[in-house]
Design a protein around this ligand. Structure first.
Ligand SMILES: [Zn+2]
Length: 385
């Protein structure tokens, strides 16, 4: 049995009362939380800093880890997409992809991350996830802008979810982005997840080009679709923001909207009413678009905010603390408690793993990290368990 105390203990939503002690059993599970006064003083381990539950990374693409340092920065999303496709065509070996995913998984574990929401387009990262100490919720991502291909694209992806489940891994289906996935396909994916009580995810408003695409203005996606030799002359811009064009496909299910860099106040209000979570990936935003969301717009929705690392194709590390520090450095919108909540309990809730991760849960080992907060920046000083 261990008895742990610190300057502050954060439980996933707030700080525990001063003098609280965490009682940890021999299996590293939380037994109970007691007051210092009931524990013999020489038995208590005291830590300098803040103890938090293990971090939950809301958004990653493990299968893109081999692209670290290979993608040019600040090209914008259409340029980024083009580079990813060219890299995929260059024929990287399965072995290289696997090795990079394995190293990325270890990097996250060492950075205090215990659960991850991870996007997969194929089965490249499944073996890594199966053998990992980290709990993964995998979003099998589906693309297909042409409504004529809706059923075919859905049917091509479903076997990956079945494969994942046969390996004992958690997962659901997800739409890639509104500029790459038809409304009909988003609707079908949302219905499937709703029926199976699974969380949903979609990349949302990561680039201004997406807004222009939906408003029918000249935009960068034309280049991308020309490059792909895809005829999209049939596409009729709905004349509103992308989010407002697809939001009604959601059936009040848990949905993670990833990025939200160009979301407006109206977009955000609409989505909050639909049970959506907003996931920020600030380092990826700086890498690709060199622009961050206006965090002030999200200030009042502290229970709906998440943080993710995105992939090593658009980030130099998979470190949730580094992401939090970018937000802290660039905005005063959130208190430290809110930032910590965005690294733990909110993400666990969005991924449907809140009964195991993201807070201090009796009977569970949800990980424990020790962080310091100095000069408005967080630092992971120790992975306690
Ligand atoms: Zn992503």
């Amino acid at each position: 049995m261990r008895f742990l105390k610190a300057d502050k203990i954060f439980d996933g939503r707030q700080y525990l009362p001063e003098g609280s002690v965490l009682v940890i059993d021999s299996q590293n599970r939380l037994k109970e939380i007691v007051a210092t006064t009931v524990v013999q003083n020489d038995k208590v381990e005291s830590f300098e800093g803040i103890i938090t539950p293990g971090f939950v990374n809301a958004h990653c693409h493990l299968e893109l880890s081999h692209l670290k340092g290979k993608i040019q920065k600040h090209t914008g999303i259409p340029g980024f997409g083009k580079q990813i496709i060219m890299q995929r065509m260059s024929g990287v070996s399965k072995e290289k992809i696997h090795e990079a995913a394995l190293a990325a998984d270890e990097e996250m574990w060492n950075n205090g991350i215990v659960a991850v929401g991870d996007i997969s387009n194929a089965d490249d990262s499944f073996k890594t996830k199966q053998n990992s100490k980290i709990k993964y919720h995998t979003f099998i991502e589906i693309l297909g802008l042409n409504p004529a291909n809706e059923k075919m694209m859905f049917d091509l992806s479903l076997p990956f979810l079945r494969m994942l489940q046969s390996l004992g891994l958690a997962g659901s289906l997800a739409a890639h982005a509104p500029y790459s996935t038809s409304l009909q396909l988003i609707d079908r994916i949302a219905k499937f997840d709703k029926e199976n009580n699974l969380p949903l995810s979609i990349h949302n408003q990561e680039t201004e080009e997406e807004t222009k695409f939906f408003l029918g203005q000249p935009n960068g996606f034309k280049d991308l679709y020309d490059f792909l030799k895809a005829d999209i002359s049939w596409f009729k811009a709905p004349g509103c923001s992308s989010l407002r064009s697809y939001i009604n496909a959601f059936n009040d299910q848990k949905t993670m909207l990833v990025h939200n860099t160009f979301s407006t106040k109206e977009d955000i209000e609409t989505a909050v009413n639909k049970n959506c979570f907003f996931c920020f990936c600030p380092n990826a935003n700086l890498y690709i678009e060199n622009k961050l969301p206006d965090y002030n717009l999200f200030k009042e929705y502290q229970n709906s905010l998440c943080i993710g690392t995105d992939s090593l194709a658009s980030n130099d590390s998979l470190d949730l603390v580094a992401e939090a520090n970018v937000i802290l450095k660039n905005s005063k919108a959130f208190s430290l408690e809110t930032i910590l909540q965005m690294m733990t309990s909110n993400n666990a809730s969005a991924l449907n793993v809140e009964s195991e991760f993201g807070s201090l849960i009796p009977g569970k080992n949800s990980g424990l990290n020790l962080v310091n907060f100095e000069n408005n920046q967080l630092k992971l000083t120790q992975k306690i368990i």
